[in-house]
Design a protein around this ligand. Structure first.
Ligand code: ARG
Length: 563
């Protein structure tokens, strides 16, 4: 039951304001002992020519209070206290009957959304920064999908660019074939780093790299074959990580895919009179927008990152006819996306407004910014494995008799990492700490998963509830607060979409787990006062499980039945 609507209805019956307007004005009081909804009377004061305090008191006398425990006027506010029994019954019955679908809606129906995320670079490690993009993108996809949006999941692989010329050059000089087969990315990284070190001493290497990239762009056989091999080896590694994370894509069209689509873009830019010569390079001037020029072609004629992004944006519009096109990429690329979107706009593509760069902060481990250049990279696969191992130790300590320890450690270990990434506002940096991340009683993944497993164990012990349930038994403050939180799930999802911010769901599920633990620590379920109370509390436990599971799923985290 939508109590906010009901409040609006009851007020609108008595005043000269349309119900939508009334609903907009309704507030949630800062403290729960002030009621569940409040209507401020300031707005009415002008038309009614009365003091807001008087209006509140008069309204209270007239209003129909059915469905509410009480209605009180407090100063200029009219405070509504909802009928706890009606609220508990309607909320919990809805959750249980909808199950996995609870929280869903179809507000996005008929709207296509392109969600680009992860987008690692071929021949380079899938590092902890790429997980940031992967976790946010996967979660945004799930969140929007739950509201009926038609999402396509895009992995814009970094598989083109001058660095591949350098890599080919390095390959020819220094590769260790055996190592390449065994640990492809580590070997490719080794020779790439070596290339940079050597090029510092001998700058002619850079020219050689450029030459090889040129040959690659021309489609020469030898270079193309090598590039294909790098790509295949890399994808094999990336897929291992995606499998661990349960992440999938509908398209892996990377930068190279746009190779034959760029000429048309360059031509269009030229035709529209936007292309300017700048020291031999072709650029779009953006000084009017306080930005450096967007480089379209380098002086040697090679296309660059931005050109490929322009082609990709246009291809996506044509192919997916998107309502929104989302790019989950680190904040350090903010300027790049501003330049690309502004160029599209200058080209006359109004839909450039629907392209959104969803940025995120940096990931740090003991104070080091992670970069591939110097080779001090943390491979994501190693990070996930370490998290699983560490979780295993904790499980062995806490519950050594647990049957499927391995699987639990995997879900909890990986869940802990994802949770850490999605816990705070995405623009904030993350500083990793194992202790914090794996703790069972902070605001962590394991804490939420543990709460779920605890709730599940109660349900296993006490079995299913049958027959009528007396929801008036759920009248304590803790129970009512938890039910209110459970009821707000869809609201949180809508808010998360509005802000394109998975942390809203993470915070939400922390609230659910906290609310559940408060209730659970205060009231016994097994030894409830009477059978009726026990039944009602079991319904609350059951509903909590549904909501935690659905919310974690939106984050890309699996639940465990026992831990
Ligand atoms: N491959 C890039 C990187 O690892 C990210 C690609 C971002 N997406 C885009 N459309 N430019 O930094």
């Amino acid at each position: 039951m939508d109590f906010k609507k009901l409040v609006a209805e009851r007020i609108a019956e008595n005043i000269e304001l349309p119900i939508e307007k009334v609903e907009e004005l309704i507030e949630i009081p800062p403290k729960s002992d002030m009621g569940d909804f409040a209507f401020p009377c300031f707005q009415l004061s002008k038309t009614l020519r009365k003091a807001p305090v008087a209006i509140a008191s008069e309204l209270n006398e007239k209003i129909n209070k059915e469905g509410f425990e009480k209605v009180e006027n407090l100063g200029p506010y009219l405070n509504f206290f909802i009928d706890k029994e009606v609220f508990a019954k309607s909320t919990l019955e809805k959750i249980i009957s909808e199950g996995d679908k609870y929280g869903n809606s179809n507000i996005g129906e008929g709207k296509n959304v392109a969600v680009e995320y992860s987008s690692p670079n071929i021949a380079k490690p899938f590092h902890v920064g790429h997980l940031f993009s992967t976790a946010i993108g996967n979660s945004l996809y799930k969140i929007m999908n739950s509201q009926g949006y038609n999402c396509v999941r895009l992995n814009h692989l970094g598989d083109w660019g001058t660095q591949f010329g350098k890599l080919i050059s390095a390959y020819k000089k220094w590769v260790d074939e055996e190592a390449l087969e065994k640990e492809p990315i580590k070997e490719l990284l080794r020779i790439y780093v070596k290339f940079h070190d050597e090029a510092e001493k001998d700058p002619s290497l850079e020219d050689e790299g450029r030459m090889y990239f040129k040959r690659l762009e021309e489609g020469r056989e030898e270079e193309t074959k090598l590039w294909e091999r790098f790509k295949e080896l890399s994808l094999k590694e990336f897929n291992k990580v995606y499998k661990m994370l349960n992440v999938e894509f509908d398209s892996y069209n990377g930068e190279s895919f746009y190779g034959d689509k760029m000429d048309a873009v360059v031509e269009e830019i030229q035709q529209k009179g936007l292309l300017t010569d700048s020291n031999g390079a072709k650029v779009v001037m953006l000084e009017e927008y306080n930005m450096p020029p967007c480089i379209i072609k380098k002086s040697d004629g090679a296309t660059i990152y931005a050109t490929r992004d322009l082609a990709a944006a246009m291809y996506r519009k044509k192919t997916y006819d998107f309502y929104k096109s989302i790019y989950v990429v680190g904040l350090e690329q903010s300027l790049h996306f501003k330049q690309v979107f502004t160029t599209l706009k200058l080209m006359g593509h109004e839909w450039a407004e629907d392209c959104k760069h969803i940025g995120f902060g940096l990931v740090r481990f003991s104070d080091k910014k992670l970069s591939t250049r110097k080779g001090e990279v943390i491979f994501l696969e190693d990070l996930l494995k370490e998290s699983i191992d560490k979780t295993m130790e904790v499980i062995k300590e806490k519950n050594n008799d647990l049957e499927n320890k391995e699987e639990v450690a995997k879900k909890v270990g990986i869940g802990a990492v994802i949770f850490t990434y999605l816990k705070n506002n995405r623009e904030r940096d993350i500083v990793f700490s194992w202790d914090e991340m794996l703790s069972f009683d902070g605001e962590t993944g394991p804490y939420v998963q543990y709460s779920y497993a605890r709730a599940k164990s109660i349900l296993r012990k006490l079995g299913d509830v049958s027959g009528e349930v007396d929801y008036s038994k759920l009248s304590s403050k803790e129970e009512f607060e938890l039910i209110k939180t459970l009821e707000g799930f869809n609201n949180s999802i809508i808010y998360a979409i509005d802000k394109l911010e998975p942390s809203i769901i993470t915070r939400y599920v922390i609230d659910v787990a906290k609310g559940f633990n408060k209730f659970y620590n205060q009231y016994s379920i097994i030894n409830a006062e009477d059978e009726e109370t026990k039944k009602a509390r079991l319904k609350l436990v059951q509903s909590t499980c549904v909501v935690i599971k659905n919310a974690l799923d939106l984050l890309g985290i699996e639940v465990v039945e026992e831990m």
